[in-house]
Design a protein around this ligand. Structure first.
Ligand SMILES: C[S@@+](CC[C@H](N)C(=O)[O-])C[C@H]1O[C@@H](n2cnc3c(N)ncnc32)[C@H](O)[C@@H]1O
Length: 245
């Protein structure tokens, strides 16, 4: 592997080029090259975040302000932990600011997550039977913010990937309807592609404000976007809406 800045067109072209190596697929070479040249990957490393995903939730919270001191946050699909790392100080989960209320961050993922001070982490398949009840048990009450960055491993077939992510978002939304405090926030990754229209409708009925956002740190060539639904209208109303459907 060659990982050195190329001089290309003049000395300002500092892009790292990775040569193909025997046994490495072209897709892996391109992935490696993209990682090495991604400013968010470098920034995550510098600032101690576990991945570039941390900047997506940071940018969304900077814009919408849902992480408040004292907030109870559930992070579905939290590995390797970037979103939890951002949430912990913002909701004061470690009580570092004695003058502000202490929040809580509960993360769940299929994969094991290295401990994060201030976050409670559980390994769980959120689509398994009874998974939502388990999380509700750990939570022991309501949540102010439900996050979902859950994404299944890519199958390479876009429509299949899209349907999978919709199933994950729907499970997260069902859970949010059950546990969110009135006025609460739901943030989830979705893929642009059409199958989520019914979900958008449901969000608009049950939250006072729904935004579809592509934060600056989300790769331009990725079809991911995020829904930020704020001002949950309340459990009774959510139940009425689904009974009427
Ligand atoms: C893009 S990553 C999340 C990154 C995370 N937000 C961060 O900042 O580190 C998507 C995660 O969703 C998890 N995931 C996918 N399906 C899941 C499921 N059924 N239950 C729980 N987690 C799931 C994956 O294991 C993966 O870690």
């Amino acid at each position: 592997m060659t990982e050195k800045p190329t001089s290309g067109r003049g000395s300002r072209d500092l892009r790292v080029r990775v040569k193909t190596a025997k046994g490495r697929k072209l897709s892996s070479t391109l992935w490696l090259e993209r990682q090495l040249n991604d400013p968010y990957v470098a920034r995550a490393k510098r600032e101690g975040y576990r991945g570039r995903a941390a900047f997506k939730i940071m940018e969304l919270d900077d814009k919408y302000g849902f992480f408040k001191p004292g907030a109870r946050v559930v992070d579905l699909g939290c590995a390797p932990g970037g979103w939890c790392q951002v949430a912990v100080p913002r909701v004061n989960a470690l009580g570092a600011n004695a003058k502000k209320p202490v929040g809580r961050v509960l993360g769940v993922d299929l994969q094991e997550v290295e401990p994060i001070p201030g976050a409670e982490l559980h390994q769980l398949d959120f689509l398994a039977d009874g998974a939502d009840d388990l999380v509700k048990g750990w939570l022991g009450g309501r949540a102010d913010v439900v996050l979902s960055d859950m994404a299944a491993a890519s199958s390479g077939h876009k429509p299949t990937d899209h349907l999978r992510i919709v199933a994950l978002v729907e499970a997260a939304l069902d859970f949010a309807f059950d546990v969110l405090e009135d006025g609460g926030t739901f943030v989830a990754k979705v893929l642009a592609g059409g199958a989520e229209n019914a979900m958008q409708q449901m969000l608009k009925q049950n939250f006072t404000k729904v935004a579809n956002v592509k934060p600056p740190s989300s790769r331009a060539d990725s079809s991911e976007k995020f829904v930020v639904a704020m001002g949950f209208r309340g459990r009774d109303r959510a139940a009425e809406e689904s009974a009427a459907d």
